[in-house]
Ligand binder design. Structure first.
Ligand code: NAP
Length: 324
């Protein structure tokens, strides 16, 4: 039976990835900071997952867990995943998003050397590598020049994956563009919008303030992106893969659709407060996923409209349950 070790298993992507792998009979192990953490409480962690307590920043924890479970695949998803938060905690972003990748890669290498069995490594990399990108759409060959502490930390991790691939480890990076779902926390603008639209529709909130309406992002459906990580792990060769829809929409587009789904006109409720915008924010990110499509057979399954609708419908149900 394949054995997978997932860091970040309590997060949006980790929970979808674990569900998918467990449903295929994979023995899934996950790193959690504590056993009673938020996603386990919310029921997002699949019941068959074996949880291991540890912190991604603790090298002994990582090495001990890898040596004890002997995974055939390691998926590294743990992160300070909010670009906005990485500006408030730049050192923590480096400690969580960058440095542990070196430990995980080394642990994978040592395990492979000592057992003679291949260990595969898949990194959740990010479009933030490219910052204000030199070209559009971005591919695996677009210059890496991040514009945030988050992006800089992810760039180090991305390069280390390439370094270990060069050494002979099966190590792949999936360069993920923004992807959303009802499991996105409200600290992210998409879920902030859908939750607000639902609450305003149910008279639980009056207005919504956003830092900007203009930036354009390439938004996909989170379970599709978790699936891409799986496909990368199962691929014949290790590589970098851009995972993106190739289409962009503005935050204003997102708000308009979300409020319409809740039966509201967004312009009556949404205002801009520039003080809550990120210090530096690329105006547009859009990826070209040709390599993932041709090599991995990956493709997105939900349209932008369907993603927004699924999130608003979930938040309307939550707002209704708060009323009852
Ligand atoms: P998420 O929901 O924020 O989940 C982050 C995970 O990292 C959580 O399980 C969190 O655990 C864990 N974590 C954070 N600090 C940790 C620490 N010190 N020790 C152990 N675990 C720690 O993120 P996501 O949206 O699923 O994203 C998954 C990965 O994809 C991340 O690496 C992210 O940077 C990358 N990515 C995501 C997107 C996107 O649009 N979602 C786009 C590009 C790249 P707790 O529950 O304990 O906090």
């Amino acid at each position: 039976m394949p054995v997978a070790f997932i860091t970040g298993i309590t997060g949006q992507d980790g929970s979808y990835l674990a569900e998918s792998l467990a449903s295929q009979g994979v023995e899934v192990h996950g790193l959690v900071r504590s056993h009673d953490d938020r996603a386990a409480e919310q029921g997002h962690v699949h019941p068959d997952v074996i949880l291991h307590e540890g912190d991604i920043t603790n090298r002994e924890d990582l090495d001990r867990i890898v040596r004890s479970i002997k995974p055939s695949v390691i998926y590294n998803l743990a992160a300070v995943s909010s670009v906005y938060r990485s500006w408030a905690e730049p050192v923590n972003a480096a400690l969580v998003n960058a440095v542990p990748v070196a430990q995980l890669l080394d642990s994978a290498w040592q395990l492979q050397e000592s057992t003679g069995s291949q260990v595969r490594f898949v990194q959740a990399s990010s479009a933030e590598l490219f910052g204000q990108a030199a070209e559009s759409p971005q591919t695996e060959n677009t210059p890496i020049r991040p514009t945030s502490p988050y992006g800089a930390a992810k760039a180090y991790a991305h390069h280390m994956v390439g370094v270990y691939r060069g050494r002979g480890l099966f190590a792949s990076s999936c360069i993920l563009y923004n992807h959303e779902s009802p499991r996105r926390p409200e600290t992210f603008v998409t879920r902030k919008i859908t939750a607000a639209a639902a609450r305003i529709a149910r008279d639980q909130q009056n207005t919504l303030e956003l830092g900007t309406l203009d930036v354009r992002r390439d938004w996909g459906w989170a379970p599709d992106y978790a699936h891409a990580l799986e496909l990368a792990a199962a691929s014949e060769t290790a590589d970098d893969f851009v995972i993106a829809t190739g289409q962009t929409h503005s935050i204003a587009d997102f708000a308009r659709l979300a409020f319409a789904r809740a039966g509201l006109d967004w312009q009556e409720y949404v205002s801009v407060d520039k003080s809550i915008a990120r210090p530096v924010d690329p105006s547009e990110q859009v990826g070209d996923a040709t390599r993932a499509r041709t090599v991995l057979g990956w493709q997105p399954t939900k349209s932008f409209e369907e993603i927004v609708e699924a999130m608003v419908d979930n938040d309307l149900a939550l707002a209704d349950s708060a009323l009852s």
